[in-house]
Design a protein around this ligand. Structure first.
Ligand code: NA7
Length: 562
C-alpha cells in the first residue's frame, strides 16, 4: 500500500496576512506544546499587502493605528514614515514582525488549500493542497481575508485582448510604470478604492501616452491628506500609542475618528458648514466618520452632506460635464466604502486622461486592441488594468471544496442539488459571532463574515484573542470538539440582519452588501458585516466567554489522537 505522508497540527492557520501572522504569534506563545502552522497560497507573507502591489497602493487608515499593539518593543522600534503608509512600507512592517518573532519557520508558503474534509472518527480536519500534500489538524483558523479573491469583469470577449492585461491584485512582478507604461495607451476598468489609487498614480506618470478610465459607478471620494512623519513626531507618537489604541477600542469601527453626537438637522446651516469644513480639512476618514451622527441613516441629512462633498469635487474639475459624471447620482456619500484620494479628481483635467462614463455608453465587448462601447467607439489600448474588485467575504471560501460535518458543503446555490445541503446557501453566511458556523466544527474565522470590519489590525487582534481564549478552554477541558449551537447561530445571524436595518449603506449594492455582478449567484443583497458597533461586538463576545462560552457545544472523545 502507498503511504501518503501527512503533516499534523494541533491548530492550523490558513493565510499569512495580518490576521494569520497575529494568530500565529498569539497561538505559538500561548500554546508552546502545540504544533501550530500556517499554510499560505502566495510566495510571501503579507496577504493583502503582498498581493496588492499596484501603483499608488496605500493604507488609508492612519499608519499608527494600523500597527499590532501586542509588542511594546516593536512599537518603540518601528518608525512609520508617513501618516498613511505605502503598500511597500506596510509589507516591510509585516516582514519585520515575522523576522523579529521568528515566525517564518511555522509558515509554509506556496501552499494553496484545495479540499477540506471533516473527519468524525478522530475529530480532525484533513486538508489537501494543490500539490496533493495532506495536512491534518485538530483546530483550524481561517485567516484567508475577505477581499482576497480577485474578480475579472464579466464582459464579452475579454480573452481576445492582445495587449497586456491584469487585475490590480495580480500586478505583474517587476512591472514598473515609468518603464513599462512609457508611450502606452492605458485603460483602467473600475473606480473603487483600488481604481482611484491606481488611476491617480498612472495619471501622474509623465511617460504614458493616454489613460482611459472606464467608470460604471461614480464613487464618492475625498482627500487623504497624507503627510510625512518626522523623527521628532514619531518619538512623540510612540508615547501616545496606548491612548491611541484605547481610543480605537471605543469607536464603532475601531478607527480613531468619532461621529459628532449632534444631528445634522438639529443645528443651524452655519454650524453644519463649520463642522463639515473642519472635518474635510482633516486627514483620513475624519470626513467620513467624524460627521453628524445621523448622516448615514437619515436620507435628508445624507443628502445635505453629499451636496457639500459634491461642491468640493466640482470645484476641482475644469469640465462641468466630466464633473457631473464623477459625482455619484444613485447613492449618498459614505453609503459605500469611501476611497481616499490624493489628486484623483485633478487627473481628469489632464489632456491625456479620458473618462468613459459607462452609464452613458456601457461596454459592449473587448476586442484584440481595446474596448468597444455602446456608441460604437473603439477605445484603443495597449495595456488594460482591471481594478474590478473581489469576490468579497465568501470568495476565499469558494475556492476550497469543503466537506463539513456529514459531508455537508460549505457553499451552494439553492437551485442545485448540492445547494440543498449547503451550510451557507446562496452566499449568505450564517455564523455565531462571525467566528464559527454550524456543521463546521473546530473552525474559527478571523475577519469572517458578520464581524465588525473596520480598522483591520484592531478587529483582528480582538478576534484572535477571543479564539485563543476559546482554544485555551478546549485545552483546559480536553475538548477535541467545538461547534456553535444552531440556536446561537440563528440568533446571532438574526441580530446581524436586525442591526443593519436603517443604515443607508444597506440599500446600496456593493461588496459590503454581498452583490457582485461578476460572480454567479451574487445578485441578491445579504448582510456581510456586523453593523452594530465593535464595542457591542466585544461585549457580546465577552458575555459568551463569561458564561462558559455560551452558544458553543463541546465534546471530548477518548480516542481523540490525531
Ligand atoms: P470595489 O470597491 O469592489 O470596486 C470595483 C470597481 O470595479 C467598481 O468601480 C465597480 O463598479 C467596477 N467594476 C466591477 N465589475 C465591473 C464591470 N464588469 N464593468 C465595469 N466596471 C466594473 O473593489 P476595490 O478593489 O476598489 O476595493 C475593494 C476594497 O479593498 C475597498 O473597499 C477597500 O476596503 C480595500 P460598480 O461600483 O460595481 O458599478
Amino acid at each position: 500500500s502507498i503511504e501518503i505522508k501527512e503533516q499534523q497540527y494541533d491548530v492550523l492557520i490558513i493565510g499569512a496576512g495580518l490576521s494569520g501572522i497575529c494568530a500565529l504569534h498569539n497561538f505559538r506563545k500561548r500554546f508552546p506544546s502545540w504544533r501550530v502552522g500556517v499554510l499560505e497560497a502566495a510566495n510571501n507573507v503579507g496577504g493583502t499587502w503582498y498581493c496588492n502591489r499596484y501603483p499608488g497602493a496605500r493604507v488609508d487608515t492612519e499608519s499608527l493605528s494600523y500597527a499590532y499593539s501586542w509588542d511594546k518593543d516593536l512599537l518603540n522600534e518601528w518608525t512609520w514614515k508617513e501618516s498613511f503608509s505605502t503598500q511597500s512600507d506596510v509589507l516591510r512592517y509585516i516582514e519585520y514582525v515575522c523576522d523579529k518573532h521568528d515566525l517564518y519557520r511555522s509558515i509554509q508558503l506556496n501552499t494553496r488549500v484545495k479540499t477540506a474534509l471533516w473527519q468524525d472518527k478522530n475529530n480532525t480536519w484533513l486538508f489537501c493542497d494543490e500539490a496533493g500534500a495532506l495536512h491534518r489538524t485538530r483546530f483550524f483558523v481561517s485567516c484567508m481575508g475577505f477581499l482576497s479573491a480577485p474578480t475579472l469583469p464579466a464582459i464579452p470577449d475579454i480573452e481576445l485582448f492582445q495587449g497586456e492585461a491584469f487585475h490590480t491584485s495580480r500586478w505583474p512582478k517587476d512591472f514598473d510604470i515609468s518603464r513599462d507604461l512609457a508611450n502606452k495607451r492605458v485603460g483602467v476598468i473600475g473606480t473603487g478604492a483600488t481604481g482611484i489609487q491606481t488611476i491617480t498614480a498612472v495619471s501622474k506618470e509623465p511617460s504614458i501616452k493616454s489613460l482611459d478610465v472606464f467608470q460604471r459607478t461614480a464613487n464618492w471620494s475625498a482627500p487623504l491628506r497624507n503627510e510625512t512623519i518626522s523623527p521628532e513626531q514619531m518619538e512623540q507618537h510612540r508615547k501616545d500609542y496606548d491612548a491611541l489604541f484605547q481610543l480605537c477600542a471605543e469607536t464603532p469601527s475601531c478607527f480613531m475618528h468619532q461621529a459628532d453626537p449632534r444631528k445634522s438637522l438639529e443645528v443651524s446651516p452655519e454650524e453644519r458648514l463649520e463642522l463639515w469644513e473642519h472635518i474635510y480639512a482633516k486627514p483620513g476618514f475624519a470626513k467620513w466618520l467624524g460627521t453628524f451622527s445621523d448622516t448615514y441613516n437619515n436620507r435628508e441629512a445624507n443628502k445635505l452632506y453629499s451636496d457639500f462633498i459634491a461642491r468640493k469635487i466640482r470645484a476641482r474639475i475644469h469640465d462641468p460635464e466630466v464633473a457631473d459624471s464623477l459625482i455619484p447620482k444613485n447613492h449618498g456619500f459614505g453609503t459605500r466604502r469611501v476611497p481616499l484620494e490624493s489628486g484623483y479628481f485633478e487627473a481628469f483635467n489632464q489632456h491625456n486622461v479620458h473618462l468613459v462614463d459607462l452609464q452613458k455608453t456601457p461596454i459592449e465587448r473587448v476586442t484584440n486592441s481595446g474596448i468597444i462601447t455602446s456608441d460604437g467607439k473603439e477605445h484603443q489600448l495597449d495595456v488594460l488594468i482591471y481594478a474590478t474588485g473581489f469576490d468579497a467575504i465568501t470568495g476565499a471560501f469558494s475556492s476550497i471544496d469543503w466537506a463539513g460535518k456529514d459531508g455537508r458543503p460549505l457553499l451552494g446555490s439553492s437551485n442545485t442539488k448540492q445547494g440543498e445541503r449547503a451550510i451557507w446557501v446562496d452566499h449568505r453566511p450564517r455564523t455565531y459571532l462571525g467566528m464559527a458556523a454550524c456543521s463546521m466544527p473546530n473552525m474559527f474565522m478571523v475577519l469572517g463574515p458578520h464581524q465588525p470590519f473596520g480598522n483591520a489590525p484592531r478587529t483582528i487582534e480582538h478576534a484572535v484573542e477571543v479564539i485563543s481564549d476559546l482554544l485555551q478552554h478546549c485545552k483546559d477541558h480536553n475538548y477535541s470538539y467545538v461547534e456553535p449551537t444552531g440556536e446561537a447561530v440563528d440568533a446571532w445571524t438574526e441580530h446581524v440582519v436586525e442591526s443593519s436595518k436603517g443604515a443607508l449603506s444597506n440599500e446600496i449594492d456593493s461588496w459590503m452588501t454581498g452583490v457582485n455582478t461578476n460572480v454567479k449567484g451574487k445578485t441578491v443583497r445579504s448582510v456581510a458585516r456586523y453593523a452594530g458597533s465593535a464595542v457591542e461586538y466585544r461585549r457580546r463576545c465577552a458575555d459568551s466567554r463569561a458564561a462558559g462560552w455560551k452558544g458553543f457545544a463541546f465534546a471530548q472523545i477518548s480516542s481523540s489522537k490525531l
